[in-house]
Design a protein around this ligand. Structure first.
Ligand code: HEM
Length: 182
């Protein structure tokens, strides 16, 4: 907040200004999260055999802590990171999800950008659409050895230990680069 003061031209006081930003953030972030949770549930319902495995994993990680007085300490960053099977199921559900298959980019520089395939992207409000689906299925970009990238393989990502929040050319759900989803 120190680095982003209320602009001089704004008529709002500091509380109203930041409350506005937080409200603005709240709605789109809620919509994306709820939508993606439904994608994972959909996969679990289609592959009920996975549920047993991830429930076992949760039992191992959390044990009987749910009913302890210490239950508030149960969901820590350290314990949640141990849910590697659940993490892999989530990443794989999103990798194989066809709904978010296009993302857009603009060249905000002053010079044209020439891609390796010769495509020229002029500067300005010229939006480039790229297809996440292609990257998510690409056998060169994908890093595991299981292959068959058109298939949903729930525990594919255990091999490479790539968590669901790890973005890269092989996983673009949260974007990439300077404006990647924080
Ligand atoms: C799990 C669901 C979510 C998905 C799939 C998602 C996806 C994305 C994508 C694709 C971008 C654009 C990245 C780019 O242009 O390279 C983005 C940006 C952003 N996301 Fe998310 N997001 C999610 C949840 C959230 C949540 C929960 C918050 C905040 C609480 C959030 C805050 C933001 C912000 C602030 C940006 C802009 C970053 C910037 O411009 O520097 N997102 N998100």
């Amino acid at each position: 907040m120190e680095n982003y003061p209320v602009p001089a031209a704004s008529t709002k006081d500091i509380y109203t200004y930041y409350a506005g930003w937080i409200t603005w953030l709240f709605f789109p972030s809620l919509a994306t999260v709820v939508n993606l949770i439904s994608v994972v549930f959909h996969r679990l319902l289609r592959h009920p055999e996975i549920m047993k495995e991830i429930i076992n994993e949760q039992n191992q990680v959390f044990g009987n802590h749910y009913s302890d007085d210490n239950s508030k300490d149960c969901f820590t960053i350290v314990s949640v990171r141990k849910l590697v099977k659940l993490d892999s199921v989530c990443r794989e559900s999103f990798r194989t999800n066809k709904e978010f298959n296009v993302s857009e980019r603009a060249n905000v520089g002053r010079e044209s950008v020439i891609l390796s395939n010769g495509v020229v992207i002029p500067p300005g409000e010229f939006y480039v659409l790229f297809n996440l689906w292609i990257n998510h299925q690409d056998s060169i970009l994908q890093k595991d050895t299981i292959g068959s990238y058109e298939k949903f393989e729930p525990f594919r990502h255990l091999e490479t230990s790539q968590s669901v929040t790890k973005t890269g050319d092989d996983f673009l759900l949260f974007g990439l680069g300077k404006h990647v989803c924080p």
